[in-house]
Design a protein around this ligand. Structure first.
Ligand SMILES: [Zn+2]
Length: 141
């Protein structure tokens, strides 16, 4: 579960809202991939690929069902929504990192975060994990 949450945290920090929107619509609202693809202006295979990648991150002994993924996202997403994006958009597909001030291509910003701000990614991931585990504990009790 931790790698799946780290993935969501990194997407939000990098301002990759389309990816998060795909996961919300696919798993939480049960919308068909073609509809999501049309709405977000992406290819259907890309939409399915992102959903499948996320499901793989949650693999324990078996792949989780859509329903299991939805239940987890229902708990996790409100915390992800509260995380800020650490970039300011400029022209020409460039963004400025609000942590260190460096200007990089938007397409490379997630890698920039992983390379230079892994400590912050881990800190936020741990914080979300703690909240999710306590919620799961309450639900199971
Ligand atoms: Zn930076």
């Amino acid at each position: 579960m931790e790698s799946a949450i780290r993935y969501l945290v990194t997407l939000k920090m990098a301002g990759m809202s389309k990816h998060l929107e795909i996961l919300k619509r696919y798993f939480m609202r049960n919308e068909p991939p073609w509809k999501i693809a049309e709405l977000l202006g992406m290819r259907r295979l890309v939409v399915k690929g992102i959903a499948q990648y996320f499901r793989e991150l949650l693999r324990a002994r078996t792949l989780p069902s859509d329903d299991q993924v939805r239940k987890l996202l229902d708990i996790v997403m409100p915390y992800i929504d509260c995380i800020p994006s650490y970039c300011i958009h400029h022209d020409n597909g460039l963004v400025r990192c609000t942590i260190c001030g460096e200007v990089v291509k938007y397409a490379e910003f997630r890698d920039h975060l992983r390379k230079h701000h892994q400590d912050l990614i881990e800190k936020i991931t741990k914080s979300v994990m703690t909240k999710v585990i306590s919620r799961l504990g309450v639900k199971l009790a």
